[in-house]
Ligand binder design. Structure first.
Ligand code: ATP
Ligand code: MG
Length: 377
C-alpha cells in the first residue's frame, strides 16, 4: 500500500554525490516532512521516489514493492511541484481531468497502437466521460474550487492554482502524495491557511504524504515526523517535539526553532548532574554530554526566566546567573530580551502580562534556568 521505505540510497551526478546513504521508513498514512537548507538534497530524494531519477545505489520500496524497474507513471505517486505546472490553456476542470482521461485512453490498446491518443485526448477536452466528470467535480468541491471549474488556470490566484495542483494529484487516488515546496509561491497569510487545508485533506484521506520544505515552522506545524537533511545526509528523524527538545547536533538545534548555543567546558558530575561552564557562567544540567571534551550547551530562549528583584528559586533545580539587557523588544504576549551573559549574547523570551516590568538597556538582571532545560550535545 502506501508506505515508503528507502534503504541505503545514494545519488551521484557525475563525481558529485548529492545523497549519501539515505534511510527512511515512512508509514502508511503518515505526513512526513523533509526539511533542510537549499541544496541539501530534498528534491533529489523526492525525484528518486517518484521515479524521475534513478538512485545510484540503494533501494526504494513503495508498499512492499521494490520500484527500481517501475516507471514514474506506474508508481502510483501523485506529485505537486513548487511551480504547480498547470496547463495555462486549459480550464480548472480539464487540468484536473487530464490525467484521468489519459489513463482511460491508455486502457484502449487500439488507440495506444495507433499512437494517436494524445491527439484524440486534445479533441476530447471538454468532452470528459460522465464517470470522470463526477470524480473531478467531487475533488473540486473538496478543494473548494467547483465554482471556478470553467475558469482558465491563468485567471486564478496563487492559492487557487495551488489547490488545482493538489486536486490534480489527488484525483488519481495515489498511494503516496509527494509535495515539493508547494507553498513557497504564496504570501505569508495564504501559506498559513493552505497549511491547514493540506493537513486536513491529508488526514481526511489518510494518504501517505511526503512534504518538502526549507521552512522549519511549516514542517513543525504540519508533519507527524520530520527528517532534517544537510549536505545530502539525513541528520535526524523525529517528531516535531523530539527534534525541538532533543536536537542531536548544533545544526538541528539551530535549524529547528531558535537556540542559544555556547561552547561549554565540562567541570564534573555531582548528584547525577553535569556541571559545565561557558565564559565564567557555571550551569548544572540533568543531561550527560556524549563527548565531554566537546560540549555544546543548547538553551531555548523561552526556557530562561528573568527573575524579579527579590525572587528566589530552588537552587537544587535551577542555575542562577547574571545578564545585562542590551535590548528589549515588546511583542505583545511576549518580551524578547537580548542579553549580554559573560561575553556571549543570549536571547530570552518571557511572557508578558499587563503591569509586569520590561527591563531596559543597561539593566543587570538575574536569570534562572532549570537543570532539565540545559541541553548538552
Ligand atoms: N541533474 C543534476 N545534475 C547535477 N547536480 C544536481 C542535479 N540535480 C541536483 N543537483 C545538485 O544536487 C544537490 C541537491 O539538489 P536538490 O535539488 O535536491 O536540493 P534541494 O534540497 O531540493 O534544494 P532547494 O531547497 O534549493 O530546492 C545540489 O547541490 C544540486 O546542485
Ligand atoms: Mg528543491
Amino acid at each position: 500500500m502506501g508506505s515508503v521505505k528507502i534503504n541505503n540510497m545514494t545519488k551521484s551526478f557525475g563525481d558529485f554525490t548529492a545523497l549519501h546513504e539515505i534511510n527512511l521508513d515512512i508509514q502508511e498514512g503518515e505526513f512526513f516532512a523533509l526539511l533542510g537548507p537549499s541544496g541539501c538534497g530534498k528534491t533529489t530524494t523526492m525525484r528518486c521516489i517518484a521515479g524521475f531519477e534513478q538512485p545510484t545505489t540503494g533501494q526504494i520500496l513503495i508498499g512492499d514493492k521494490e520500484v527500481a524497474k517501475v516507471p514514474a507513471n506506474k508508481r502510483n505517486c501523485g506529485m505537486v511541484f513548487q511551480s504547480y505546472a498547470l496547463f495555462p490553456h486549459m480550464n480548472v476542470f480539464d487540468n484536473v481531468a487530464y490525467s484521468l482521461n489519459i489513463r482511460e485512453l491508455n486502457k484502449s490498446n487500439f488507440f495506444k497502437k495507433l499512437g494517436i491518443y494524445v491527439r484524440i485526448l486534445n479533441s476530447k477536452i471538454g468532452k470528459t466521460p460522465k464517470s470522470i466528470e463526477k470524480k473531478v467535480m467531487e475533488i473540486l468541491e473538496y478543494v473548494e474550487l467547483s465554482k471556478h471549474a470553467h475558469r482558465l488556470t491563468s485567471e486564478l490566484s496563487g492559492g487557487q492554482q495551488q489547490r488545482v495542483a493538489l486536486a490534480r494529484a489527488l484525483v488519481m487516488e495515489p498511494a503516496v502524495l509527494l509535495m515539493d515546496e508547494p507553498l513557497s509561491n504564496l504570501d505569508q497569510k495564504l501559506r498559513h491557511s493552505m497549511r491547514n487545508t493540506i493537513r486536513s485533506i491529508q488526514q481526511d484521506l489518510g494518504i501517505t504524504t511526503i512534504f518538502v520544505t526549507h521552512d522549519q515552522e511549516e514542517a513543525m506545524s504540519m508533519a507527524d515526523r520530520i527528517a532534517v537533511m544537510d549536505q545530502g545526509r539525513i541528520i535526524q528523524i523525529g517528531t516535531p517535539t523530539d527534534l525541538y527538545s532533543n536536537p542531536s547536533t548544533p545544526f538541528i538545534a539551530n535549524f529547528v526553532g531558535t537556540s542559544n548555543i555556547f561552547i561549554g567546558e565540562y567541570l564534573g558530575e555531582e548528584n547525577g548532574l553535569s556541571t559545565i561552564k561557558f565564559d565564567e557562567v557555571v550551569l548544572r544540567s540533568s543531561h550527560e554530554p556524549k563527548n565531554k571534551s566537546e560540549i555544546h550547551i543548547v538553551i531555548r530562549p523561552e526556557h530562561i526566566r528573568v527573575l524579579e528583584e527579590n525572587e528566589n528559586v530552588d537552587p537544587q533545580q535551577y542555575s542562577v546567573f547574571e545578564g545585562i539587557v542590551e535590548m528589549s523588544t515588546y511583542l505583545g504576549p511576549t518580551v524578547r530580551y537580548d542579553l549580554k551573559v559573560g561575553n556571549q549574547l543570549m536571547i530570552v523570551d518571557t511572557t508578558y502580562s499587563s503591569g509586569s516590568n520590561i527591563y531596559q538597556e543597561g539593566k543587570s538582571v538575574r536569570l534562572a534556568i532549570e537543570n532539565e532545560r540545559v541541553l548538552l550535545i
